[in-house]
Design a binder for this molecule. Structure first.
Ligand SMILES: Cc1cc2nc3c(=O)[nH]c(=O)nc-3n(C[C@H](O)[C@H](O)[C@H](O)COP(=O)(O)OP(=O)(O)OC[C@H]3O[C@@H](n4cnc5c(N)ncnc54)[C@H](O)[C@@H]3O)c2cc1C
Ligand SMILES: NC(=O)c1ccc[n+]([C@@H]2O[C@H](COP(=O)([O-])OP(=O)(O)OC[C@H]3O[C@@H](n4cnc5c(N)ncnc54)[C@H](O)[C@@H]3O)[C@@H](O)[C@H]2O)c1
Length: 468
């Protein structure tokens, strides 16, 4: 078996797989090394299972807002079985077949850099294989859950995104540490599937702190209505779990300790770049790999090393990792031909990545928030609109609660950012992404007529509120 390839990718998550696809389309040969399952975190322990668990909760919320419909109890076993289908029962045969159909070589094992352009792969049975790359090595190794240094926490073996998305049973009493995306989505999923007492412990002022403040406030209201207890400005000082898998006692910075059957830690991610041989090429171990806009690692002589997706820390989102991967694969192929493809650079990240939080209400945003736009020195005007006032929203459900915000660059009269928070808002986001990244002038956007009676009429109302 030949062990020389044009491109070697370490990590077969969505980012790594897309690099291989583009590089091969560009006429190169490629191998991809994966120590666990082809498809990565996203397919088995992140996006896919979490959305499979959330969909029934979302739909139940929709049904509850439409007069004349009623919902029986959610069949939890059926939801968990559907989640297992969605993750292909943790079997990656289909994804491996796809890699081979590219065609690229799939190498199962743990990859490590071993000096410039060399990757040493250790297989599960302890075997070793050394691969060499003529053009490039691409790191696409993703991230894992970060566990904060709270006394007793590691010993308590808390749930992370892995365990919660793969849950076989829903705990009666769930404590959630963190107020970000994983905490919000999974608190809602577990509560909707039967966690009787769900407590979200947030060290800051509110949920989803990186979004516009109204988004977290609306979500907190929805959580309160559903009986999810959100406690803000609170710290966890110590955790006790005398029996493995038994009751957890969470000691807090104020008030009595909290007892739970399970503790989910959702306090961010850390890059899977430890023990990856980065030291053999002069880079620091365990850090996000810094890259330029073509995804090439900075500070590596001869420019043969690249990093895409979560591994470079630019935007921890599947769609952004795949976008970076398309750029990376195309750039490597072009450079191999002696062409630079200067237009193939990460532009989208600079505008602010689009993101949908799949809670009820859905929280969607692209571009800059008002706070970030002001920090970045733009002359900003903010326009808000109550989405419940749009006819389409009224027809979507009784008591529809939602809020929209547009952040306008007053000098250029284009949108810097848009946020929608409301049921069914996810599908509104791509229009906003186009408006922000294409820098559509507002007086031109005014001619994009939204259909009646859709929630998209919020665009019309935002522009009217702006004065157009
Ligand atoms: C609970 C949860 C829900 C999420 N939901 C969404 C969502 O709805 N939408 C969204 O856009 N994003 C979501 N994300 C984020 C998304 O999962 C990541 O941004 C995405 O998985 C990153 O893709 P990647 O290819 O960079 O890395 P990963 O998907 O992490 O894949 C990396 C792969 O590299 C492999 N690997 C690592 N080191 C080595 C090595 N040394 N040798 C061989 N293989 C190695 C790993 O086994 C893994 O398969 C979610 C995250 C979590 C935790
Ligand atoms: N639908 C989606 O797009 C989706 C869903 C899930 C995850 N993701 C991605 O995955 C990434 C990880 O999500 P996440 O929720 O783990 O991270 P996050 O960065 O969104 O949130 C982390 C939360 O933990 C808190 N925190 C951090 N350290 C803490 C500590 N020591 N003690 C107490 N609280 C602490 C933060 O204040 C924040 O509330 C995100 O960047 C997100 O983009 C996306």
């Amino acid at each position: 078996m030949a062990d020389d390839f044009d491109v070697i990718v370490i990590g077969a998550g969505p980012a790594g797989e897309n690099v291989v696809d583009r590089a091969v389309r560009g006429g190169l040969t490629a191998a991809i090394v994966e120590e666990r399952l082809a498809g990565g975190e996203c397919s088995y322990w992140a996006c896919v299972p979490s959305k499979a668990l959330l969909r029934p909760i979302d739909l139940a919320g929709e049904v509850s807002r439409v007069p004349g419909l009623s919902l029986g109890p959610i069949d939890v076993a059926a939801v968990l079985a559907h989640r297992d289908e969605a993750v292909s029962h943790y079997d990656d045969a289909g994804q491996v077949r796809w890699v081979e159909s590219v065609p690229a070589e799939f190498v199962r094992g743990r990859g490590r850099l071993d000096g410039p352009r060399r990757v040493r792969v250790t297989t599960a049975d302890g075997g070793e294989r050394v691969l060499t790359a003529r053009q490039a090595v691409v790191l696409a190794t993703g991230t894992s859950a970060a566990i904060p240094p709270v006394p007793g926490l590691p010993e308590a073996a808390p749930w992370t995104s892995h365990e919660v998305t793969a849950a076989k049973v829903v705990p009666e009493r769930l404590a959630v540490l963190g107020g970000g995306v994983v905490a919000c989505e999974m608190a809602q999923a577990m509560h909707g599937l039967g966690a009787r007492q769900t407590t979200v412990l947030v060290r800051g002022d509110g949920l989803l702190a990186r979004m516009e403040p109204f988004a977290g406030e609306l979500l907190a209201r929805s959580f309160a209505d559903a009986g999810i207890d959100v406690r803000t400005n609170i710290g966890v000082t110590r955790v006790e779990r005398p029996e493995p898998g038994g009751k957890v006692t969470v000691h807090l910075s104020e008030g009595p300790p909290l007892e739970a059957d399970e503790l989910l830690v959702a306090t961010g991610r850390r890059p899977s770049t430890r023990d990856l041989g980065l030291g053999t090429v002069g880079l620091a171990d365990g850090k996000y790999v810094e890259v330029d806009d073509s995804m090439r690692a900075t500070g590596v002589p001869d420019g043969w090393l690249y990093a895409v997706g979560d591994a470079n820390g630019r935007a921890l989102l599947t769609h952004m990792g795949k976008y970076q991967a398309r750029i990376c694969g195309d750039v490597i192929a072009a450079r191999a031909r002696g062409d630079e493809l200067p237009a193939m650079r990460d532009l989208a990240g600079g505008y602010g990545a689009p993101q949908v939080v799949f809670t009820d209400p859905q929280i969607c945003a692209v571009g800059r928030t008002e706070a970030v736009a002001r920090e970045d020195g733009f002359r900003v005007r903010v326009v808000d609109y109550d989405m419940g006032g749009v006819s389409g929203a009224y027809l979507l459900g009784d008591g529809y609660r939602g809020q929209a915000r547009a952040v306008v660059d007053e000098d250029r009269k284009v949108l810097l950012g848009v946020t929608f928070a409301g049921p069914g808002a996810a599908e509104l986001l791509h229009a906003a992404t186009i408006a922000v990244t294409a820098e559509v002038p507002l007086d031109r956007l005014w001619h994009a007529v939204p259909s009646f009676p859709t929630v998209s009429e919020v665009w019309l109302r935002l522009l009217e509120a702006y004065g157009l």
